[in-house]
Design a protein around this ligand. Structure first.
Ligand code: GLC
Length: 582
């Protein structure tokens, strides 16, 4: 019912827009002949997210005010004292260029309500802080010089404005009596108009939309207003409560959707995963000790791009405006990788393979197929299953002068690789084809010996916000590691051509024999087990989980962890179904 109303409102919104001749806030594939507003964004693939504000002075992430339940008067002192002497927008732009990002999004106003621009509609901004100057203006100028589109994050939720409702349940110093949410929305609309007029942003990136319905927070009116002001402006889905089909792109937060995102029409939808480099928070966290490695981030970029998305990678600059070494070092390393391999990222489209039979991912640009090899194969070759298009030449992007040996083996293409990877994290093989790649789908199923092998690199890794698990290559084995969040799980779909009974085996490495536990779920039936100890965390062993009787047809198998010890359950290599006597 609510959904119908939302859709009806959207349709009305679209009609109003087309009447006004402006671009629509939500759209399917671009119409023939119409300029594609999304093209630059679709091709950019990699952006830099900057969470910065008064909270950086506290050093406890951007939710500091809520975490510490800081009264307004006390938070005001931070707002007054905000004076980032080390803020150098040219330096940020240079870092962004070095990192190889193609656009930048910065918080213009986060949930705390403090504006990083000198707003005419509030005193709660940088202009009234000790700093006393605008931040977004100089930043916009520096980014423009560097050729990087700049967009603004804007929080609808506001913990400071007297008219914003509802209140946090711990707030005592902002009485709700007399507050008028409509007046708050007027304020927000004024600020948004101000942002577009003064700084001409490429993107408005909304957030903090979850406390109200689309209608309550005037999502359609605001979207329309913005697009009338600037038809080429891109708006994320969080102005419209993240429903599929709303906004120009979806915004999965700190997880990679296993098979990309689709719109309500079932067609692939543009999306951008926003991701932190550290485990805890988006704003500066002075106590942070856990950071993803640069290699992990490079693989995540590839993973996202191979599924048709963009990566928006976050930094939280410190109170003085400097970006900490942990962030800059990682950005520089990603940039270094992109200088060699960027051709396989920028302007590419999603993989044409449903999965590859090794730890790697694919991207495509026209008649070139890029294979991103993440775990160097032990036998020196990679097999591209069902690739029907002819291969004219193959080489590593790291060494284009040397052609790699390619042979056809039935419906597969086999590429011989050098003995060693050119890059410790991802080595890219470029294959020039006779035409755009055509691949015959290969469902997972039994091998010649009847065994069904389900390695983690061929799984869809399901997760929600807060993904922790990722794939890594240890010595000669690819495993799912850092597996501590029960919402992260690998899932395989496979087919059997005849009914059969199978022994279910799991290969994993664990030091927590008898302590952590997991379940193998086949078509909804669960086999529960406790983890057993393997020789080490890097070397897996194979353990029997149970037995399964399967009819012929399509099956879904998941492995879920059910109890974790010391933030660890196991490093999973694969599940194997071995035919056995009934
Ligand atoms: C969340 C958080 C916020 C962060 C944002 C980034 O919704 O509330 O702090 O800015 O996500 O995606």
């Amino acid at each position: 019912m609510i959904r119908t109303r939302v859709l009806a409102a959207l349709v009305l919104g679209l009609l109003a827009l087309s009447a006004a001749g402006a671009a629509a806030p939500a759209r399917g594939p671009a119409q023939a002949g119409a300029p594609d507003r999304l093209q630059w964004f679709r091709e950019a693939k990699f952006g830099l997210f900057i969470h910065w504000g008064v909270y950086a002075m506290i050093g406890r992430e951007e939710w500091a005010r809520q975490l510490l339940q800081i009264p307004l008067a006390e938070y005001q002192r931070y707002a007054d004292e905000f004076d980032p002497a080390g803020f150098d927008p040219d330096e940020w732009a240079a870092l962004a260029r070095e990192a190889g990002v193609r656009y930048v999004i910065i918080t213009s106003k986060h949930h705390d309500g403090f504006a990083l621009f000198d707003s005419a509609f509030t005193d709660y901004d940088v202009g009234h802080a000790k700093y006393g100057r605008d931040i977004l203006g100089p930043l916009a100028a520096s980014m423009r010089k560097a050729g990087l589109p700049l967009g603004f994050y804007y929080s609808i939720m506001d913990w400071h404005h007297p008219d914003y409702l509802p209140r946090r349940d711990w707030e005592k110093d902002r009485p709700a009596a007399g507050a008028d949410f409509g007046r708050y929305l007027d304020y927000a609309q004024n600020q948004l108009r101000e942002l577009v007029t003064k700084y001409d942003p490429a993107v408005l990136w909304f957030d903090g939309e979850w406390e109200h319905s689309n209608e309550e927070q005037r999502a359609f009116a605001i979207g329309r207003m913005l697009l009338e002001m600037k038809p080429s402006l891109l708006i994320n889905d969080r102005l419209w409560r993240r429903e599929p089909g709303y906004g120009d792109f979806g915004t999965p937060e700190n997880f990679v959707p296993a098979t990309g995102l689709r719109g309500p029409d079932g067609q692939p939808r543009l999306w951008e995963a926003c991701v932190t480099m550290n485990w805890n928070g988006w704003g500066y966290n002075r106590a942070e000790t856990e950071f993803h490695s640069a290699g992990q981030l490079i693989r995540q970029l590839v993973e996202i791009v191979s599924k048709g998305g963009n990566l928006l990678l976050n930094v939280g600059p410190g109170p003085d405006g400097r970006i900490q070494e942990e962030f800059t070092a990682r950005l520089r390393r990603i940039g270094e990788w992109l200088r060699t391999n960027g051709e396989a990222i920028y302007g590419t489209t999603a993989s044409v393979f449903e999965r590859l039979p090794f730890f790697g991912r694919a991207t495509v640009k026209g008649e070139t197929l890029y294979i991103h090899v993440m775990g160097w194969p032990n036998d020196g070759t990679i097999v591209l299953p069902g690739l029907k298009t002819g291969v004219r030449r193959a080489c590593l992007l790291a060494d284009r002068s040397k052609a790699l040996k390619v042979r056809r083996d039935g419906a597969n293409v086999v590429v011989s690789l050098p003995a060693r990877a050119a890059d410790p994290d991802v080595t890219v093989v470029a294959l020039e084809l006779d035409g755009p790649p055509v691949v015959e789908p290969r469902p997972l199923g039994a091998g010649a010996d009847g065994r069904i092998e389900l390695p983690v690199y061929a799984a869809d890794l399901q997760s929600v916000m807060g993904q922790r698990a990722y794939l890594d290559h240890f010595y000669r084995t690819t495993m799912l590691t850092n597996w501590q969040n029960v919402n992260d799980y690998p899932e395989w779909k496979f087919e059997t051509s005849k009914p059969g009974t199978y022994e279910v085996l799991a290969s994993y490495a664990s030091m927590w024999g008898g302590q952590a536990s997991y379940e193998v779920e086949i078509d909804g039936r669960k086999l529960a087990a406790k983890t057993e100890s393997s020789p080490s965390v890097y070397f897996p062993a194979t353990f029997r989980v149970g037995r399964a009787i399967l009819p012929a047809g399509e099956h879904t198998l998941r492995v879920r962890i059910t109890a974790v010890v010391n933030n660890h359950a196991m490093n999973l290599e694969k599940v194997v179904l071995v035919p056995s006597a009934p």
